[in-house]
Write a protein that binds this ligand. Structure first.
Ligand SMILES: [Zn+2]
Ligand SMILES: [Zn+2]
Length: 207
């Protein structure tokens, strides 16, 4: 099996240090509920702005909202497959990859390392606002909430996959796919919240 962290097999109980400096180290530990709440609040704020200040017809607004959600699921897949699982060819790329994802493969049940620090996620949200605003102008007030809701859903689902037992019913497939990704083959099942993109790009786990 291909290694992505530093350990030979995942450690379900431990944690690792990213920085020696205690304040920096503390910043890297975040409970997922913090960015989830932040993104939900931001979504609600933008939707309120859209509803109260823009002239965009509601049908166009809903289409943009759904477009934002779907784009997030695609970004989630592509980031996980090509950035988190990149093949680092120098030591600083290796360090970045380990800090953002290798560490999660080494210690999959370390609940404080299931989400990015809020300062980084808030930075991303602001950057995305400007990028989307540049591309689609006022539609951003519907598009960005859809995107951020997708992000909040991903964080919630990923947290649940590691913290809770699989449920009965169709949602169980998410637990099975993510367990295969962590414990059997890290080159399949990159779509954490949306297995759809694994079907599209041919990285679904074999039955
Ligand atoms: Zn995981
Ligand atoms: Zn991974």
């Amino acid at each position: 099996m291909k290694k992505i962290g530093k350990l030979d097999k995942p450690d379900n109980h431990g944690t690792a240090e990213i920085f020696k400096q205690p304040i920096l180290e503390k910043i890297t530990k975040t409970h997922a509920i913090i960015p989830i709440s932040l993104f939900l609040l931001l979504s609600a704020f933008f939707l309120y702005q859209a509803y109260s200040h823009s002239q965009i017809p509601i049908g166009i607004g809903i289409a943009n909202f759904l477009g934002g959600y779907v784009l997030f699921t695609l970004m989630e897949y592509l980031m996980h497959r090509y950035f988190y699982h990149m093949h680092p060819n120098n030591s600083w790329k290796g360090r970045i990859q380990y800090s953002v994802h290798g560490i999660h493969h080494d210690y999959p049940k370390d609940k404080k390392r299931l989400a990015m620090p809020p300062i980084l996620s808030a930075g991303y949200a602001i950057l995305l606002y400007y990028v989307f605003y540049f591309l689609i102008a006022d539609c951003v007030y519907y598009f960005l909430p859809g995107f951020l809701l997708g992000y909040a859903a991903y964080l919630s689902i990923h947290y649940a996959l590691h913290a809770f037992q699989p449920p009965k019913g169709p949602m169980k497939v998410l637990w099975i796919n993510h367990a295969i990704h962590h414990y059997k083959d890290p080159d399949v099942a990159f779509g954490v919240s949306t297995p759809f993109w694994d079907y599209v790009f041919g990285t679904s786990p074999k039955k």
